[in-house]
Design a protein around this ligand. Structure first.
Ligand SMILES: Cc1cc2nc3c(=O)[nH]c(=O)nc-3n(C[C@H](O)[C@H](O)[C@H](O)COP(=O)(O)O)c2cc1C
Length: 389
């Protein structure tokens, strides 16, 4: 038996997933104790919260803190969940829900359900197969995977194993020829849309990451992470601070891909996005990792949806953990949602299988939520699904 933390816990008869026991003093290898690559028993996992608890035993402390934490006092992290919990659903009974149709179409892509994998960085910190496992897991769940600029695997390798659609998320750095080459490379590799992250001119004040001593291992070199100083300084993330609305014209000139702006929280910015030719917006507060105390995304979503008024698709992420959350987001104006942390935890627990199970659970819960609320199709989900009090 390997001396993994999980196996020790098991042999001590402790509950699976317990995380409070101190590391044994006579342990053979503290490093191994901190990070087990053994897959978790996925059968024990029923919902997305289970994944997070169990993932803690399958990741280094630093990686867990990287994924789980937010910025500063984590008010926005908390509010994302609280605000979703506060929204109440309204049912409508005796509708024919014998067939639930969750299909959507986004920028010409037909997707079987409206839940996408959000771009998250450094998947090799979570699992040795990194983004390859994510892509395989996404494909097996028929989910769209948006690859982060901070992938630890080149896009060519991801594209080779992907069986589902890919998008690419872009952090814009000062070196324009680098950005242009990267955009054209991901387009050539078959990525179907570009999500430019616009909420991160600098990184947030990530105290928990600092406390956990976040640092990329020396042998982990994300291929497209240049010019940021992130790896060297551990915390200060420097992007193209002067990125402005005018730059969007340039992006449209170098790619035919639909360009989405990720990180919109202000309805006026949504209007500017449309005027600047953006194909879509993603209402996101980066899971509370950037500017603490901005509002929950579900709170902002109806205002943005009203401003956009169906001219372009509106996507949303932040705290989506239940099928009912997906239903609420769609009822309040989203065309689709994305999930970030749950996929990272799924990856840590079981590689590709963990990612697949994460997406399948959420998809199934969403189908149940639709049936139980009396909505058989995506088109039928509107404000009538929300309890008005
Ligand atoms: C570990 C982690 C890494 C992330 N890395 C990126 C990234 O590289 N680029 C980006 O645009 N957003 C990144 N995000 C934000 C996600 O794309 C997404 O907005 C957010 O995670 C959604 O909220 P949720 O995690 O509560 O589902 C990251 C989020 C997490 C948790």
């Amino acid at each position: 038996m390997k001396y993994t933390r999980r196996n020790l816990l098991k042999s001590m008869g402790a509950l699976a997933g317990a995380s409070v026991l101190p590391v044994s003093a006579d342990a053979k290898s503290p490093q191994v104790l901190q990070f087990s690559h053994d897959p978790a028993n996925l059968d024990e996992i029923i919902n997305l919260y289970d994944f997070e608890k169990i993932a803690q035993n399958h990741m280094s402390h630093m990686a867990y803190e990287f994924v789980a934490s937010g910025a500063a006092d984590e008010f926005t992290v908390k509010w994302n969940r609280e605000a979703l919990d506060k929204v109440k659903l309204q049912t409508s009974v005796l509708n024919d829900v014998s067939k639930i149709d969750t299909k959507i179409s986004l920028f010409g892509l037909d997707l079987p359900y409206p839940i996408l994998i959000a771009p998250t960085a450094f998947h090799k910190l979570m699992h040795p197969q990194g983004e390859l496992a994510t892509a395989r897991g996404a494909g097996a769940a028929s989910a769209l995977y948006c690859v982060s600029s901070f992938t630890t695997t080149p896009i060519e390798d991801i594209a080779k194993v992907a069986t589902g659609p890919l998008w690419f998320q872009l952090y814009v750095v000062d070196d324009r020829s680098f950005v242009k080459d990267l955009v054209q490379k991901v387009e050539a590799q078959g990525c179907k849309a570009l999500c430019i992250t616009v909420d991160t001119p600098v990184s947030g004040v990530r105290n928990r990451q600092q406390k956990a001593g976040f640092k990329l291992p020396d042998d982990l070199k994300p291929p497209y992470m240049i010019d940021t100083g992130f790896a060297a300084k551990g915390q200060a993330l420097q992007f193209k601070k002067a990125l402005t609305w005018k730059d969007l014209e340039w992006f449209r000139s170098i790619t035919k891909l639909p360009v989405l702006l990720k990180g919109i929280l202000n309805p006026d910015d949504a209007e500017k996005a449309i005027q600047s030719g953006a194909s879509g917006v993603i209402v996101s507060n980066h899971s509370g990792r950037n500017l603490d105390t901005v509002p929950a995304t579900i709170e902002v979503l109806p205002k943005i949806a009203a401003k956009v008024n169906k001219r372009i698709p509106v996507l949303m992420d932040g705290g989506i953990r239940r099928g009912t959350d997906v239903l609420k987001a769609l009822a309040l104006g989203a065309n689709a949602v994305l999930v970030g942390k749950p996929v990272c935890f799924g990856l840590a627990c079981g590689g590709a299988d963990g990612v697949t199970k994460t997406m399948n659970i959420l998809r199934k819960e969403f189908e149940y939520a639709m049936a139980l609320s009396g909505k058989a199709s995506i088109a039928s989900i509107d404000a009538s699904a929300i309890w008005q009090g």
